[in-house]
Design a protein around this ligand. Sequence first.
Ligand SMILES: CC(C)(COP(=O)(O)OP(=O)(O)OC[C@H]1O[C@@H](n2cnc3c(N)ncnc32)[C@H](O)[C@@H]1OP(=O)(O)O)[C@@H](O)C(=O)NCCC(=O)NCCS
Length: 159
Amino acid sequence: MSPPAIRDGLPADLDTIDAIESACFEADRFARRNLARMLRGGRTQFLLAGSEGYLALCFRRGSSVARIYSLAVRERARGQGIAAALIEAARRRARTAGCRALRLEVRESNAAARSLYRRAGFRLRKRLEDYYEGGEAALQLEAVLDREDPAPARERPHS
Ligand SMILES: CC(C)(COP(=O)(O)OP(=O)(O)OC[C@H]1O[C@@H](n2cnc3c(N)ncnc32)[C@H](O)[C@@H]1OP(=O)(O)O)[C@@H](O)C(=O)NCCC(=O)NCCS
């Protein structure tokens, strides 16, 4: 089955995004009211893959670095390239907005996400001690955005 097409998330998608968020994260997840505010506001763009996954991409005024705030794919839809496709869409968005890099934080223990980001061209920038609830460290990763579209993540060799 081909992965669902990616589209912009709108305020009307609050239930869908909130359901993905609750299904995928136990701790440090966005409260529904924060999601609602971000969906209404102008600085965060939501990319949705059907009702299976989403990515939140945040732009800061005056900054050439865009942040991936959240990325999640429902368990039933994992392993089909949905997260990789969402990341590629975010890269294109950020590049189109004139950004030079994409940044994010990931739990040090999140092997699946770390492998996903490595495959998508993200590299370690710094380690942030005691970043999450409970004291776990975060790894801050960065991908430099080239002028040209990079090859799709799935066509890249493993690094
Ligand atoms: C991490 C997550 C987003 C991956 O979503 P996904 O749609 O299954 O990922 P994809 O199918 O696009 O995988 C792309 C690549 O990522 C890596 N990857 C994904 N899941 C992996 C896993 N469980 N173990 C190892 N590598 C993994 C692989 O390199 C994979 O490429 P391959 O299938 O060709 O080997 C998903 O597991 C998830 O939502 N987890 C819970 C929430 C979370 O941790 N979000 C990230 C917070 S920073």
